[in-house]
Write a protein that binds this ligand. Structure first.
Ligand code: 5GP
Ligand code: ZN
Length: 112
């Protein structure tokens, strides 16, 4: 499958890794939108939130147990934002489920 994030997960494409275990990977975004901008992906290919099921939801739940640990390690004691874009209207550009972790400054541009 021609998926950039699957290739990052299996090491075919290099990335600046922040965290890795058997289920997920966190790496720095190529085009950072904040002083800290890390992407969290499940190692298994799930295209987007629409494809989360009872069978694969554990991988997603696992990511959300890892995020606070990584955020702490990266010094985001004052808070951070998690963003997921799902589908075309949201501007999802890589069709492999990922959560953006943004922080390291006061994040002003709130939508909600
Ligand atoms: P989306 O717009 O789909 O929510 O986010 C995709 C993100 O992946 C973008 O922020 C983009 O900068 C990042 N990205 C795209 N290709 C690569 C890559 O090859 N390596 C890394 N580290 N980030 C990438
Ligand atoms: Zn993939």
């Amino acid at each position: 499958m021609d998926c950039i994030f699957c290739k990052i997960a299996n090491g075919e494409i290099p990335s600046k890794k922040v965290y890795e275990d058997d289920k997920c990977l966190a790496f720095y975004d190529l085009n950072p939108q904040a002083p800290v901008h890390v992407l969290f992906i499940p190692k298994q290919h799930i295209c987007c939130v629409n494809k989360i099921t009872e069978d694969n939801a554990d991988a997603v739940a696992h990511i959300f147990t890892v995020i606070p640990k990584v955020a702490k390690e990266l010094g985001l004691e004052n808070g951070y934002r998690i963003i997921n874009n799902c589908g075309k209207d949201a501007g999802q550009t890589v069709m492999h489920l990922h959560f953006h972790l943004l922080g390291g400054k006061t994040l002003g541009e709130k939508i909600i």
